[in-house]
Structure formats: C-alpha cells, structure tokens
Design a protein around this ligand. Structure first.
Ligand SMILES: C[S@@+](CC[C@H](N)C(=O)[O-])C[C@H]1O[C@@H](n2cnc3c(N)ncnc32)[C@H](O)[C@@H]1O
Length: 536
C-alpha cells in the first residue's frame, strides 16, 4: 500500500530535547545522522561576494570540539543509572570512559550515546539507522551501536570513499573515507530495495558473469547482473561535494545528494518518514523530498535552519514549518537571553540577510551583524546594505556609529533592528540621513529602523530590488506521484505560495496533510522546476 507523502518539518534546537519532546515512539522508518565527528575543528561557512570572490567574512557554522564539563559529567551519571539505560550499555560506556579518559573523546561518546538511545526509541520495528562517522571514533561508536541496537542487527559498515578531496599529507596515506554504520531495528523484518540502487558491474566482470553459476549448491544470478546491474558493494565511491560545484551551497561538511539518495532509496519506500537529527544544510531532507518521503530535520543553529529553508524553497518551492523558532516577542526575548548569536542569526533570517563576522570570534560585538546584496537583474549594479541587530538597550549613539560604518563599508543603506523600542532621537537621526535614488528612481531610506516585533508582524525593509544573498539550490524535477505529493507546490516564486505552504494543514505530528487543489490529476506527469540559477 502506498503511504501519503505529507512533506516535512524542521526543528530548531538540541536534538536530544527535540527527540524527547516531539518525536513519538516507533514513528520513523529511517534515521540518517551525520553528527560532528570529534575532529577538534571549527567549521566555517564561506559565502561568496557578488563578484564571485569568497567573502572576507567567514561565519563560524558549528564547533566540533568537546570537553568534559558539568554537562558531560551529568550525562555520564544519567547513563550509569540503569533506570535510564540498559545495564550492558551502562557498563560499556563506563568502561569506555575509563579507557579514553574524562576528556574530549569521552565527552563526545557520552553525548552520542544519550542521543542514540532516543533514536532507537523513535525508530519503527521495521526501520533502519545509518550513522555517518569517520575513523576518529567509528570503532567506539560501533560498540555503542552494538550495545544499543544489538550485535545481531548490525548490517553493514559502508565505506564512503571520496578520493581527491583537499589535504595531501606527506608522512601517511591520505584519509579519504568516512564510515557509515547501518543497523536495522529488527533482523526479522526490514526494507531493502535492491532493484532501486543497482549499479553497472565492471566491464571485466561481464565476461565472467555471462552464465548462471552454481556454487556450493546455490544458484548465483551472476549472469543477470550483467544486464540488471549489481547491488553496490559496501565501499561506495561517490565524489564529495566540491566547493565550486553546482551542488555546493557553501555549508562545511555538506554531503553529496547521491549518497543520501542511495541510502534512502535502498531502505525506505515512498511515504515513509526519514529523520536527520543533525541535519546541517539539509542534504537528507532534500533527498527525502525529492524521493517523496516524509522527513524530519533537526539542527541546533538558526544558520543551518535558515539555509535549509532557502534550499527547500529554491529546489522545490516549499516552505516547511519550523518548530522552535520564536513566534512572538516573548519567544524572541527568550532566545536573546539564551543565546545572543542564535538570536542574531534568527533575526537576520527574517529579512533575508546573511550573517557577517569580519574575523570577530563568536560572542564578540561587531559593528556589522549582517549583510544584504541587492543585484539588479540584467545590470552590473549591486546595492549593498549592512545590518545591525541589538537585543539590549539602544540609543542615538548606535545610529551615529552605524552611519560611520556605512561610509567605511561603502554601503548604500543600513538596517537597524532592535528588540527594545528605538528612542525619539534615534528615529530623528535616522531620518536626517534621508534617501538615495535607486535605478528605478525610487527613494530608498538610507537608514531603516525596525523593532523585532514589527518584523514578526510582517513589516519588511524597503529594498531597491529583492535581496539575493545565498547560493541557490538547483530546481528539482519532481514527480507528482498519483496526486498525493501535495507539499510540492506549483512554484511561481510568489509569496502566495509561501503563504499557502505555511498555512497548509498538518496532523498532530506537524506533518503536512493533503490539500486537494494542489494535486495533479495526471499521475505520471513530471513537474519541471528548472528555472533560474543564481550564485551567491
Ligand atoms: C556534519 S554537520 C551535518 C551536515 C549535513 N549532513 C549536510 O549534508 O549538510 C552536523 C550538524 O549538526 C548540528 N548539530 C550539532 N550538535 C547538534 C545537536 N545537539 N542537535 C542538533 N544539531 C546539532 C550542527 O549545527 C551541524 O549543522
């Protein structure tokens, strides 16, 4: 029976909390996770300037350094309590932490273990989990997976080989593979669509496989695989996403769509639910949407959530609901109090600006928080705006400073966004700056002040032309599959479709429910979404 394809839902937050709070027991068919690997590195996102040059401002997307702090100690103690974890898991994690020490690797393993327990809980009895890691910790993670999912449910260690990626050490062999551990929840029943993932056999093997062979009393269909292709072995050579490729959207650690498509096709069916609890730039969600699976994505940064939102809109014309984003001024205040950087990233997403760091470290105050480019179609002209976001007290000095920054940066306009109400002198100072005339002879205010509340109520900055700040994902050709795939809208790029998608009804899990008037009568028709292509 074909299941309904209802689209997806994005959660902002720590996946441990999101899993516990929102994701029901045995509700997911496939989990793919690509967590940080304990690489002890920071990952930066590199945007491009309209000229095509890398931006001087690299944004710190996420950290992959762990330390044994109070949180790690508390999580460890939680895991040692056999009311929270099975006894053998408690024993194993204790032995592992005793062995590796209460430091970075220990903290990482504890962080992963507590989350993998939740993942097992939400996986259906027929489901599969693919844990993407690398040799830094794959051997420890395998023991943890064996303990949580059961030794007998280990199915494959897939080696994703990605030769020729940057970095050529001289004193050892280049480390150019990742490890993907596949476990089923129950060895008696799982999905494996071999025919969906077949690949051609090697030319030299075709000669050998011409006829059926009987080995040890078993008949091998070797001859057939010369025609139908073979199920790929457990070493996959799939090129990594190259920074200058069409697929690359600038997010560090972005995985290739081809990798995710193979996994999703192999172990899930149309209408199944795919969960990526460390979704990053949303490659899994993109592949799931394309292959008509329902999906759930979770990420702990507003930067990633916003990039996924853009990606899905550009590729499919959909605007998923985002759970965990502030919906009102109280939510905005809470976010500002909890994490000023996440607050800043979320506010910038409200006006389509991209973050700007200019070499400053996380948490340091910068004179610019965001940047906006407005390229005029068919012309070389690109307007530049700078953005400042404030969550604490504001006064006229901030506007004067901004005027200086605008001049230094040769910006055409600036946007000042404040959580608190701007003062009278601030408004007066801003209006003193006046307007500039754009190419259409419109007057654009040089300084625009907004409160977060105004933006939440739908007020928008006045731009000369719409902003274009992020590299766009290519439009996907998507099948309309017998009228059920209702979350894929007939995209025309207008705001009505965004509204329609936002207002689309959902079930109690937040999944899209069908809207009858968006379905196609023509079952096999393809919707060609290929349209404009843009660079950052
Ligand atoms: C390696 S990246 C995933 C990349 C992704 N597979 C892609 O193709 O774009 C890991 C992501 O996990 C997120 N992350 C780290 N800790 C998290 C947590 N506790 N909960 C949710 N997301 C988390 C990071 O923000 C980062 O975006």
């Amino acid at each position: 029976m074909t299941k309904d394809v209802r689209g997806g839902i994005l959660y902002y937050g720590d996946n441990l909390e999101v899993l516990r709070k929102y994701i029901q027991n045995e509700s997911v068919d496939l989990i793919y996770l690509d967590p940080p690997f304990n690489s002890k590195r920071d990952y930066n996102i590199i945007f491009k300037e309209p000229s095509g040059q890398p931006s001087r401002s690299q944004i710190h997307a996420f950290e992959d350094s762990w330390k044994w702090d109070r949180k790690a100690q508390e999580t460890f103690e939680y895991l040692l309590d056999t009311n929270n974890a099975p006894a053998d898991l408690s024993r194993n994690i204790k032995a592992m932490v005793d062995f590796v020490g209460r430091d970075s690797l220990g903290a990482y393993l504890v962080m992963m273990t507590v989350r993998l327990i939740e993942m097992k809980r939400v996986l259906k009895p027929t489901g599969s989990i693919f844990l993407h890691c690398n040799p830094t910790a794959s051997h420890y993670l395998k023991i943890i997976m064996d303990t949580i999912f059961g030794l007998g449910n280990f199915t494959n260690e897939i080696i994703w080989s990605h030769p020729d990626t940057p970095g050529r050490p001289e004193r050892y062999f280049p480390r150019k593979h990742d490890t993907i551990l596949w476990y089923v929840k129950n060895r008696d029943h799982w999905t494996f669509n071999d025919s969906e993932v077949r690949v051609p056999i090697l030319e030299e093997s075709k000669v050998r496989y011409k006829t059926f062979r009987v080995l040890g009393g078993r008949k091998y269909l070797g001859g057939q695989s010369a025609e139908t292709g073979k199920v790929p072995e457990d070493v996959w050579q799939i090129p990594a996403v190259k920074q200058n490729s069409r697929e690359a959207l600038g997010y560090p650690t972005q995985k290739p769509l081809a990798l995710l498509e193979r996994i999703i096709k192999a172990v899930s069916n149309k209408g199944d639910t795919v969960l990526d609890p460390f979704c990053g730039m949303g490659t899994t969600l993109h592949a799931a949407q394309k292959l008509e699976r329902n999906w759930i994505g979770i990420d702990i940064t507003h930067l990633a959530i916003n990039l996924v939102k853009n990606r899905l809109f550009d590729a499919f014309g959909i605007v998923p609901e985002i759970v965990g984003e502030p919906k009102d001024i109280e939510g905005a205040r809470q976010l500002a109090m909890q994490d000023s950087l996440q607050f800043q990233w979320w506010v910038l997403s409200l006006i389509g600006a991209r973050p700007f760091a200019d070499g400053k470290k996380k948490g340091e105050d910068c004179d610019i928080d965001g940047i906006i480019y407005n390229p005029v179609k068919g012309s070389e002209k690109v307007y530049k705006g700078i953005v400042k976001v404030k969550s604490d007290r504001v006064d006229v000095k901030h506007i004067r400073d901004l005027m200086g920054t605008m001049e230094r940066e040769k910006a055409d306009y600036c946007i000042f966004i404040t959580l608190e109400k701007p003062t009278g002198p601030m408004n007066k100072e801003a209006s003193k700056e006046g307007y500039f005339k754009d190419v259409f002879n419109q007057d654009i205010p040089k300084i625009q002040i907004f409160t977060v509340e105004q933006l939440l109520n739908g007020k928008k900055p006045i731009y000369p032309v719409p902003p274009d700040n992020f590299k766009k994902a290519e439009r996907e050709k998507v099948a309309k599959s017998n009228g059920r795939n209702t979350n894929i809208l007939d995209f025309s790029g207008n705001s009505e479709n965004r509204e329609q998608s936002i207002n689309q009804p959902r079930d109690e899990n937040g999944m899209f429910l069908p809207i009858s008037d968006t379905v196609s009568e023509n079952g096999d028709e393809e919707q060609d979404c290929s349209e404009k292509k843009g660079e950052v």
